[in-house]
Design a protein. Structure first.
Length: 237
């Protein structure tokens, strides 16, 4: 495994854990990192999110520290440093930041640069993409926020909500019996209502820092998301 691959793996891990249900601001961690992130070329101090050295004389491309969270990277979190987990984010603003970062750190722009700088560009591009697609999707965004609180949500997690399980089973049976475009559209509409309702309840749970409820709703959203995928696949066949 090369150095870039190892760093990409590190960036997907949570650098700390706390007891489920407790909230901890990541701003303290980021502030501590400021003193630790020094430019590899000129040794100047830089913000953790700086893609390039902030020394106007240097300006060389920088690695992104593994401890930097996605909210801070894309500047869509809460708090002074925009690093605190927020479920209800501005997707348009996040996309603008994503495109801006990708343009600055695109590996093609460093194709003739020294190997170290090209590797940092590859790493930055990978992390920026990972961050954007994680926070863009409500399900992966919820999983990421919960993971920051030391709460893991796995694909194999199930629910004991029998009413939900019955709804999913009936919807699956309805999908199997679909024969017309109108029937498909109606099932898709009904699933979107359920999906959106779960997302709204997730937002409420996160707003109140109720991570126990948020985990249950994230598992529920996995069911609706799986059904959504199946419905879309039916139409594409």
């Amino acid at each position: 495994m090369n150095r870039i691959a190892r760093q990409c793996i590190l960036l997907t891990r949570v650098p700390y854990s706390i007891q489920p249900g407790r909230y901890i601001s990541t701003s303290r961690i980021v502030r501590n990192l400021v003193n630790n992130k020094t430019c590899w070329q000129c040794q100047s101090n830089n913000r953790p999110s700086a893609l390039f050295c902030e020394n106007k004389v240097c300006k060389v491309i920088q690695p992104i520290p593994p401890q930097l969270n996605f909210f801070h990277l894309l500047q869509v979190g809460g708090g002074h440093n925009k690093d605190e987990p927020v479920f209800n984010i501005d997707l348009k603003a996040m996309r603008r930041q994503f495109l801006s970062l990708q343009q600055k750190a695109h590996p093609d722009s460093f194709s003739r640069a020294p190997k170290r700088e090209h590797e940092y560009a590859q790493l930055q591009s990978s992390v920026i993409n990972k961050a954007y697609h994680t926070l863009k999707n409500p399900l992966t965004r919820a999983q990421y926020i919960l993971k920051q609180q030391g709460i893991q949500v796995n694909e194999s997690d199930s629910t004991d909500n029998t009413a939900l399980l019955m709804e999913i089973m009936e919807a699956r049976e309805e999908l199997d019996d679909i024969s017309t475009e109108d029937e498909w559209k109606e099932l898709k509409r009904k699933n979107e209502v359920k999906y959106d309702d779960t997302v709204n309840r997730l937002n409420d749970a996160f707003s109140h820092k109720d991570y126990t409820t948020a985990k249950s709703l994230a598992i529920e959203l996995q069911y609706w998301n799986s059904l959504k995928t199946a419905i879309d696949e039916w139409h594409n066949e």
